[in-house]
Design a binder for this molecule. Sequence first.
Ligand SMILES: Cc1ncc(C[n+]2csc(CCOP(=O)(O)OP(=O)(O)O)c2C)c(N)n1
Ligand code: SF4
Length: 287
Amino acid sequence: MITVSISPLTYQSARRPIWCAGCGDYNVLSALYGALSQVKAVPEETIIVSGIGCSGRLPGFVNSYGFHTVHGRALPIAVGAKVARPELTVLAVGGDGDGMGIGGGHLPHVARRNPDLTYILVDNSLYGQTKGQTSATTPQGQVTSTAPYGNRDQPVNPVLLALAYGASFVARGFAGAQHHEQLTELMAQGIRHRGFGFIHVLSPCVTFNPIETYRYYQERVTNLPATHNPSDRLAALGQALAQGEKIPLGLFYQASRPTLEEGLEEIRQQAAPEGKGSLQELLEQFA
Ligand SMILES: Cc1ncc(C[n+]2csc(CCOP(=O)(O)OP(=O)(O)O)c2C)c(N)n1
Ligand code: SF4
């Protein structure tokens, strides 16, 4: 019998990341290696779908199937992969520009349909790949390359949105070294969760964002209170509203409900040749 041992190294691809030295995305990647090894994901049965951006390069650095798609479209393509091959472990990854800006319209519909996949939103509060433009999560007043007088717009709150849209697993982690273990654990929990897992990761862009730095987050992040009950959606919404001087990390919410694939399978059964509402029955109406 051949024994295959799985470790985080199992998931390292031959391609070396080309992110700037110190970019938070390195920690996101290594936490993901750890999480995949915790859940013993089989590389040949795992697919990571990404949009466009620095963070969108991540699938290339993982020993699994990967699909670097188009800007903002990681989620619909990941849903397609899951529906076509429900037995696969499916992940989607992308930046705040990708997932909260150009692709922001997909999150509500994926969250409410509850496909069994995990979405990692790598938030550096601006567009990294295109050199630091304002994104949907840039704080008000922050100067960026497209907001020389300071960003006028109120930022979106990704955790609050995911909860409001009905995601069945919502968590937040930080790509700082001291929080690596927590981020790894949250990712593993998200992958194990049966349904749509949304993980918001605070990931500093060391090249274009001099404000939301590692130190900025280290001074603000705090664990959710030990008394927080992740099955209480109202409490989770309350915690999600705490942003700014105090940024809670951890599992905000988790609920069990039928997945998109389970619903589709039920329809398939009902539409089986002998079933009610079958194709045969439908054709007979036109006879
Ligand atoms: C349709 C389309 N519009 C614009 C772009 C240009 N573009 C590439 S990456 C990017 C933003 C990336 O920012 P984010 O999603 O936050 O990822 P990051 O690079 O910060 O990881 C933009 C606007 C594009 N590739 N495609
Ligand atoms: S530009 Fe920013 S987000 Fe992109 S690789 Fe460099 S540090 Fe990371």
